[in-house]
Design a protein around this ligand. Structure first.
Ligand code: CU1
Length: 524
């Protein structure tokens, strides 16, 4: 380090190196930390998926023993949900929410630092369970008792890790709410806020309402195992099905926590590349709020086969199907935004358009699963696995990738490699369908999920799925390469990266915060 730099650092009392990142209260730094952490977890969770697909490449047991396989499915889900997707969205919120509403930073910057730095310790503890006697949790990410109570030494570490993830999420959500309520620039009324801000505000409420419920349910598991309570123990007068009710009261809003910010991202990107303002701005806001409300009253659709009064089954079926209405409004609005637009297909737009198409496939298979009598056939089959991977991979993760390509020029000042970005998109888009589409057929034919071996008639579709999986996994190395190459240098990005390139100043918000780089709900 040069003398001048040392002097400056002392002069401004700004720590440098590792201390800068440990003590930062800057929303951009913290956003970057979240996004890099998310990328790391994406590869760790991805490696687990590769082990799963390698074992399922052919029938019989060749790579791993059944217990380790179950540890992989459980840990893959926990790492991807709590380590990859949620932190990516919080990272995007940190970078974008203050910029989009004209605020200098998040409202609670010191808590913001703490929200992030809890996470690496939570995941260190969760991943450490892989090396403990008895291995990592293997009862599925939903932690149903009594199976989850069979977890050995890892159990208390799992519960504590979940508590820490929950604390991180709740603090992050409180920060988003307080920032949006208190720090909007003059003129930035609620109904002028960019859609990403709106979807995150609603997501933050879902987080604050449901993460404590998850914390309560896992604490009851903990006391059942170690303190002789019987919340979920039938022998002691408890009810194991009660856990499923409590878990899914958290779990279903959680799936919307994993997708609403993605809706916001896509609502920012499509207008830019269609060169039209977003169609139906206010209906987007109301649709998001409706989806969030309905998400609290549909949890029973995860439990159609556990035994429920017929009126309960019907209520959850109709309530679940009702969510298709506001979701349909959103898809209609995205398509209408593109309608007669002057479209170009740079990498962010490719991922956004693929999102609209492929997320909708996941939406339709969700609608199929919502139909109670039909769910009796699909329950615990690969059809369910296909469904939620369309929603989470071609939905949430494609939107996150769209966001990274769209905003990385603003974050780094450098333009990413468009040729490589498009290549990454096409390889990902084709391979992800090769990976997940055959799983619909496997599920309809009766192949169960969470099983390391299968009957021979499932071989071909599993081989196809595994090949798609390996190509998809490898192609994400290209994503990491593009990202780090952009961070290190490259062509300088222009001031108005996308708008400037296309003369699109008229799509800026009204009134525009001078440093906003989003598109407008309406043209004035
Ligand atoms: Cu659900």
């Amino acid at each position: 380090m040069s003398t001048a730099t040392t002097h400056d650092a002392h002069h401004e009392h700004q720590p440098s190196g590792i201390m800068r990142w440990l003590t930062t209260t800057n929303h951009k730094d913290i956003g970057t930390l979240y996004l890099l952490f998310s990328l790391l977890m994406f590869f760790i969770g991805g490696a687990m998926a590769m082990i799963i697909r390698a074992e399922l490449f052919q029938p019989g047991l060749q790579m791993v023993n059944p217990d380790f396989f179950n540890q992989m499915t459980t840990m893959h889900a926990l790492v991807m949900i709590f380590g990859a997707v949620m932190p990516a969205f919080v990272g995007l919120a940190n970078w974008l929410v203050p910029m989009m509403i004209g605020a200098p930073d998040m409202a609670l910057p010191r808590m913001n630092n703490w929200s992030f730095w809890i996470l690496p310790f939570a995941f260190l503890m969760l991943l450490a369970t892989l090396f403990m006697p008895g291995g990592a949790p293997a009862g599925g990410w939903t932690l149903y008792p009594p199976l989850s109570l069979q977890t050995g030494m890892a159990f208390p570490f799992l519960i504590f890790a979940i508590h820490m993830m929950g604390m991180s999420s709740i603090m992050g959500a409180i920060n988003v709410v307080v920032t949006i309520f208190n720090m909007r620039a003059p003129g930035m009324t609620f109904m002028k806020m960019p859609l990403f801000v709106w979807t995150w505000l609603i997501t933050a409420y879902l987080l604050i309402a449901t993460m404590p419920v998850l914390a309560g349910s896992v604490t009851m598991l903990l006391t059942d195992k170690f303190f002789n309570t019987s919340f979920f123990n039938a022998a002691g007068g408890g009810d194991p099905v009660m856990f499923q009710h409590i878990f899914w009261f958290f779990g279903h809003p959680e799936v919307y926590i994993l997708i609403l910010p993605a809706f916001g991202i896509v609502s920012q990107i499509i207008p830019t590349f269609a060169r039209k303002p977003l169609f139906g701005y206010s209906s987007m806001v109301y649709a998001t709020a409706s989806i969030a409300f309905l998400s609290f009253i549909v949890w029973g659709h995860h439990m159609f086969t556990v035994g429920m009064p017929i009126k309960g089954e019907l209520f959850y079926m109709y309530a679940t199907m009702l969510i298709a209405v506001p979701t349909g409004v959103k898809v209609f609005n995205w398509v209408s935004t593109m309608w007669k637009g002057s479209m170009t297909f740079e990498t962010p737009m490719l991922f956004a358009v693929a999102f609209v198409f492929l997320f909708t496939i996941g939406g339709f298979s969700g609608l199929m699963l919502a139909i109670t009598p039909v769910d009796f056939q699909y329950q615990e089959t690969y059809f369910v696995v296909a469904h939620f991977h369309y929603v989470l991979v071609t939905g949430a993760i494609f939107a996150i990738m769209a966001a990274v390509y769209y905003w990385i020029p603003k974050w780094t000042g450098n333009m990413y490699d468009e040729k490589l970005g498009k290549l990454h998109f096409w390889i990902s888009c084709i391979s992800v369908n090769v990976l997940f589409f055959p799983q619909h057929f496997l599920g309809l034919a009766g192949m169960p999920r969470r099983i390391p071996d299968y009957a021979v008639q499932f071989t071909e579709f599993n081989m196809i799925s595994s090949i798609g999986g390996f190509v998809f996994g490898l192609s994400q190395l290209m994503f990491a390469y593009i990202v780090f190459k952009t961070i290190r240098g490259g062509a300088k990005a222009t001031d108005q990266v996308w708008e400037g390139a296309h003369g699109l100043e008229w799509t800026l918000p009204s009134p525009p915060p001078y440093h906003s780089f989003t598109t407008a709900p309406e043209v004035k």
